[in-house]
Design a protein around this ligand. Structure first.
Ligand code: SAJ
Length: 444
């Protein structure tokens, strides 16, 4: 395995890498494949830094909306940046790739129903550039993928170009690490890990990203970079699973998990995560499976953590079941259908699974989300959602839920109950307004 970790600020810089970096020619034209949550901000940021960028998406709707300056992704500051990039003429969007110096593949890598990586979008994107690749080009895979994908999956496809891989065609994995809601800031400020299939590829990719990345850029090999990305999200997933388990134990002990966490975290080397209704988004519920897929026997803790987090909506359902026991045709109000607070992203949201469980048991369900206009179940206005309800349950920690008019909403309900799975409500205020209020993780 190649091992060439390199840190700009390391005093003993690797001389070979320095020379390679100096030799690397600046890519002028970049083709970004996939204009989603990562591809679109990346394309726009390169364009606003003077590169000629062609953004490519196979979805005609995405392309036509972008041509009108309307991003389909709701991310703070993104619309302004896309507009600036397009107005400058540096960003154009189309449905086919063209000739460029560098190609960035930023397409989705979802999991299949049996928890295996679906690399069909990576395959299609890579195949689409094979006919246009030229000598000296750089291909970067940004999409999160199972360890070994760049070496064993991408390279064989790119080899179809006839170019000598690593000599005439440079290839690197450069995973994104940005947090939805803070993408533009984190794209610039976060440190980046770049894994090349050889040192030349890593150096070329570093030069490219160095155009806008203000964090440090660390170089390594492609498989290490893939594993780094997967382990970052796996670390978080495993820790959330630990917090969720702790929360269940504290409920049994009749103590408060949130207090345990607060006090334990006063230890200088302890950083317990927060329990919640489950783990959603397009990263944490997916990435750990890429490791399990590769190592089904060995990756036991990782698999169990996934299972614990996936079971959280059921835990919430049971709490609702208990709260509504004996009520005739109970109605539940789900507050927040996104996977976390203050975003509009509903992918893999725990609310989706909770709604499914409630409906399966014939509960009437109303859902309200100030950040989302369309969801797979009908969303109601706030008051409509509370009307005749027997229990409101906070599933996403949107700030708006902290400031609800409890007198008004309480009058609309049949039974004044609330369950906070995110610990964002001032439950004393709810109790004073006559609600029976419960916090996930706090015993009776
Ligand atoms: N969650 C908890 N308890 C916690 C922390 C999170 O229940 O203590 C839940 C959230 O509510 C949410 C899920 O986990 O449902 C994931 O949210 P998140 O904020 O942890 O992460 P994402 O999915 O929005 O973004 C993550 C980030 N990874 C890490 O923080 C290690 C981001 O930096 C990555 O770029 C992103 O995944 C990605 O694209 O991989």
């Amino acid at each position: 395995m190649i091992n060439y970790i390199h840190n700009e600020n390391t005093k003993s810089k690797d001389l070979t890498l320095q020379i390679l970096t100096l030799k690397a020619t600046k890519a002028k034209k970049i083709c970004v494949l996939g204009l989603g949550y990562i591809g679109l901000p990346t394309a726009s940021i390169f364009a606003t830094h003077g590169f000629n960028v062609v953004g490519v998406d196979i979805n005609g709707n995405v392309v036509s909306k972008l041509k009108k300056g309307e991003p389909h992704v709701d991310e703070p500051g993104l619309k302004t940046m896309v507009e600036a990039a397009m107005k400058s003429g540096n960003l154009i969007v189309q449905d086919q790739p063209g000739k460029a110096d560098a190609y960035i593949i930023a397409v989705p890598t979802p999991i299949t129903i049996d928890k295996k990586a679906n690399l069909s979008f990576v395959k299609a994107a890579a195949e689409s550039i094979v006919p246009v690749l030229g000598k000296g080009n750089l291909v970067i895979l940004e999409s999160t993928c199972p360890p070994g994908t760049t070496e064993n999956f991408l390279i064989p496809i790119l080899a179809g170009s006839g170019l000598a891989i690593g000599e005439d065609l440079y290839v690197a994995h450069c995973p994104e690490r940005v947090l939805p809601g803070k993408i533009l800031k984190e794209l610039v400020e976060n440190d980046r890990v770049i894994g090349g299939i050889n040192p030349e590829s890593a150096a070329k990719a570093k030069e490219l990203y160095g155009a806008f990345v203000e964090g440090e850029i660390f170089l390594t090999d492609a498989t290490t970079a893939e594993m780094v990305k997967l382990m970052e999200n796996t670390y978080r997933d495993v820790n959330v699973a630990l917090a969720n388990e702790l929360s269940t134990l504290c409920e049994r002990l009749n103590i408060d998990a949130w207090e345990v966490i607060e006090l334990a975290n006063r230890h200088p080397r302890v950083k317990l995560h927060k329990p919640g209704p489950g783990v959603g988004g397009h990263c944490l519920p997916v990435d750990p499976w890429f490791i399990v897929e590769k190592f089904p026997e060995e990756a036991q803790l990782i698999r169990l953590s996934r299972e614990i987090n996936d079971a959280q909506p059921k835990h919430v359902f049971k709490a609702i079941e208990e709260a509504t026991r004996g009520l005739k045709e109970p109605k539940v109000t789900v507050l927040g259908v996104t996977y976390k607070g203050n975003v509009d992203d509903t992918r893999e949201s725990p609310a989706r699974e909770l709604i499914h469980l409630l409906r399966e048991r014939d509960y009437a369900v109303a859902a309200y989300d100030p950040h989302v206009s369309t969801f797979e179940v009908k969303l109601d206005g706030l008051e409509e959602a509370f009307r005749s309800s027997d229990c409101a349950v906070v599933m996403a920690d949107h700030d708006e839920f902290k400031y609800l008019d409890l007198d008004k909403l309480g009058k609309l309900m049949r039974t004044k109950q609330v369950l906070d799975t995110r610990n964002i409500l001032d439950l004393k205020r709810w109790q004073e307004a006559g609600f029976r209020a419960k916090l996930l993780g706090r015993g009776k």
